[in-house]
Ligand binder design. Sequence first.
Ligand SMILES: Cc1cc2nc3c(=O)[nH]c(=O)nc-3n(C[C@H](O)[C@H](O)[C@H](O)COP(=O)(O)O)c2cc1C
Length: 192
Amino acid sequence: MKLAVITGATRPGRQTPKQSLWIVKNAAQIEDVEVEHVDLKDYPMPFFNEPISPRYNPNRDIDPTVQKWLSKIAEFDAYIVVTPEYNHTIPGELKNAFDFMTWELKQKPAAVASHGSVGGARAALTLKEVLSEGQAAVIPKFSAVHGISELIDEEGNLDATAAANPYGPQAQLDGMLAELKWYSDALVAARA
Ligand SMILES: Cc1cc2nc3c(=O)[nH]c(=O)nc-3n(C[C@H](O)[C@H](O)[C@H](O)COP(=O)(O)O)c2cc1C
């Protein structure tokens, strides 16, 4: 599985990369998984500004950073999008990045990882809808973290007590990664 872990927040002082790094570390330990951290901060795109919906416009005049983003996203078999919750939904810059897409996610599995006061649940639900309309096969399992500032450090290490909880964030992440791998292997074969 060629996996992208996408950090969907860009503000200074953001917590989201900690959840992404934790996921990257865990994914890297799974056999047959090649994982890359794709940070939205490295793709400072304009606000969506195209005159025609990208999927219906064969003659797009694409901003170079948007093209770099689309080419990067197209490289992968599977995706985990990591989002915080801002005002009960996903950050504007993350939605904006999806508005530029055409068929990059088509028939590929995508999972949602979130954090916030209720684990980012409201943002996660919105993100699932956006990914689904983006033509991804959104998988059922998810990772939702409550209290990220205390639970995960800057290097992406999860607090030991939380890690040992059989119903905690580590168990949830393990389940999500296993399910994503299953869908990815199945869909790689199907697309071939
Ligand atoms: C603009 C803004 C709106 C927020 N709205 C919510 C919210 O609706 N629900 C929630 O649980 N947390 C909310 N928070 C708290 C964030 O989930 C928390 O700050 C988290 O660390 C944000 O991710 P980030 O640090 O990567 O930006 C909000 C934070 C910001 C900056």
